[in-house]
Design a protein around this ligand. Sequence first.
Ligand SMILES: Nc1ncnc2c1ncn2[C@@H]1O[C@H](COP(=O)(O)OP(=O)(O)OP(=O)(O)O)[C@@H](O)[C@H]1O
Length: 255
Amino acid sequence: MVLLVTKGIVKQFGAFRALDGVDVEIEKGRVTLIIGPNGSGKTTLVNVITGVYKPEAGRVFYTKPDGKMIDITGWPPHKIFEIGIVRTFQIPQIFQKLTVLENLLAVARGQRGESVISALLKNWVKEEEELARRAFGILKAVRLIDKWDVPAYLLSAGEMKLLELARALMAGANLIILDEPIAGVPVDQAHEVFKIVRDINKQQNVTFLVIEHRIDIAFKYVDYVYAMASGKVIAKGLPEEVANDPKVKEVYIGG
Ligand SMILES: Nc1ncnc2c1ncn2[C@@H]1O[C@H](COP(=O)(O)OP(=O)(O)OP(=O)(O)O)[C@@H](O)[C@H]1O
């Protein structure tokens, strides 16, 4: 089943066409990767999907949990978030001084329209216990359970990415969009991040759309790949197919 489709997306900045008729299909339950050199339009496409930009042409369709496909083109970002499409940095930034657990609870409180401060001052009630239980379950899934009481600023780069992922899960995402999840993360931690993405994808049936430059690592953990260049999809397929595509090789290695 297709969870999200873009059809013929065109996005212009003045006379410059950043996206020039982009069609992608994100299958439910898959991890889909978008690669492409700097400036090829990957982030712009994510911005169109998440409602930050309205495209000049083209449509974005999303299949709701009840199976109905709806046109979400041009919806505001908060509405797109509410239907379960969550981009990691769309959630307010990690609170460096709060613990890992408190960062998760803050997402849930934010969704209830509460300020973090007022929630922190409040006595723990049943609802809070329930949220904490859910948060601990998520921390177990992202393998941060041992760090639940550690302030976020003490986490490694890889753990910080995992906390962002945990926060997206806490927000109840169906489709999680990760924009460069392993940028600046050392190799061993980068593999760990992708392994956890894979586990969550399999165990919790969460669909992922990932943008990543480090294709040597990312290709090992994804189901399907789109390659972009100059605002267009130039190749798509299984990782090994895209890796061997002459157009992709040309863009990456210069022919
Ligand atoms: N708000 C904007 N105004 C003008 N031009 C923009 C804007 N946003 C993006 N662009 C241009 O559109 C093109 C595509 O940018 P985009 O950020 O989508 O590329 P990208 O593939 O995500 O690159 P990177 O890998 O560097 O993040 C670039 O040439 C960029 O300069």
